[in-house]
Design a protein around this ligand. Structure first.
Ligand SMILES: Cc1ncc(C[n+]2csc(CCOP(=O)(O)OP(=O)(O)O)c2C)c(N)n1
Ligand code: SF4
Ligand SMILES: [Mg+2]
Length: 301
């Protein structure tokens, strides 16, 4: 069955009403992952926009059709390790163990628990939806926020001009663990994303699988909600967010960019980069080029 048919015919595991903003890619990613995973799934969603927007539920009603746990911001992977091990022990290794966590919960506060679970090769699929900031608490910068971004803790002003440090490349760091599967994905490339979710789920029955998904956020990044997918597309096309995977120890670039667009086209499509100078843009371009060259080298080994 092709991916469109698969998504058309599979049940949405999230309640129809959710209070995420219009055009939120985090919500789209959450829904698609769980549609592919189906009912035989336990999901762990730490504090952040996705749990806050409706997964937790309202009053005594859950926002999900499957069991959901809300761990701490810092312990998603260790929490799910315990759940996963208990299910293995009970002979229920068939149940999908999935974490859907923001970049703050993944690359910052929860990184120690994440790295530990990857090193132990715990059986789970851990997905990071990366909206490049602590969006649920008011758009603070995180370690994955792109350099030059305007956030509430890295404003544009006389003292600083947006975030000063380059982003932490959490997927590449994760790929250096001896894990089962590692990939990046974007909601603009749905076929690629669905294939990676399927592979990640099947590999998670043998060990740790990690997928880093770009999740443009109209509210925090300052763009119109109907532009989310276009922005995700430009991130991939400019090599700001290259699509690749690693399994059986080998790296593969899954969407090759023969003629990348300049990063300027991506940066200028939203308000958060509005104060960048030409020199800033040139530096971000260089960082994107270096990142892609590194990936190409890894993929050719
Ligand atoms: C240890 C700890 N510090 C702070 C918070 C408050 N908090 C709740 S959600 C959140 C933002 C999380 O950011 P991220 O994981 O990127 O998810 P997003 O909100 O962007 O979806 C923060 C800081 C918390 N729950 N726990
Ligand atoms: S703030 Fe951003 S990530 Fe959070 S619900 Fe709104 S669009 Fe989604
Ligand atoms: Mg975030």
């Amino acid at each position: 069955m092709n991916y469109i048919e698969k998504l058309r015919t599979s049940e949405d595991m999230v309640t129809p009403g959710m209070s995420a903003c219009q055009g939120c890619c985090g919500e789209l990613v959450l829904r698609r992952i769980l549609q592919i995973a189906g009912k035989n799934t336990i999901v762990c969603v730490p504090p952040g926009c996705m749990s806050g927007a409706g997964v937790v539920g309202w009053d005594y009603q859950t926002g999900m059709k499957i069991p959901v746990h809300i761990p701490l911001l810092t312990n998603t992977a260790s929490f799910l390790s315990g759940v996963s091990q208990m299910y293995q022990r009970k002979g229920r290794g068939d149940v999908n163990m999935i974490a859907v966590a923001g970049d703050g919960a993944t690359a910052d506060g929860g990184f120690q628990s994440l790295s530990g679970a990857a090193e132990r090769n715990e059986k789970m699929l851990y997905v990071c939806y990366d909206n490049e900031g602590y969006m649920n608490t008011g758009f603070q910068r995180s370690s994955t926020t792109t350099k030059g971004s305007r956030t509430s803790t890295t404003p544009i002003g006389e003292a600083i001009n947006g975030k000063q440090q380059p982003s932490k490349y959490v997927s590449l760091i994760m790929s250096m663990h001896a894990l089962q599967y590692c990939a990046t994905a974007s909601p603009s490339h749905m076929q690629d994303m669905v294939a990676k979710i399927e592979r990640g789920l099947s590999e998670s029955k043998k060990g740790f699988a990690f997928i880093h998904v770009l999740a443009p956020c109209p509210t925090g990044w300052s763009f119109e909600p109907d532009q989310s997918i276009q922005i995700a597309k430009k991130a991939v096309a400019s090599n700001m967010f290259p699509l690749w995977e690693k399994y059986n120890g080998n790296y593969y670039i899954t969407v090759e960019n023969k003629k990348p667009i300049p990063v300027k086209e991506f940066l200028q499509s939203m308000g958060k980069f509005k104060s960048l100078t030409d020199a800033d843009i040139a530096q971000i371009q260089q960082e994107a080029d270096t990142k892609y060259e590194t990936l190409k080298k890894l993929a050719s080994e």
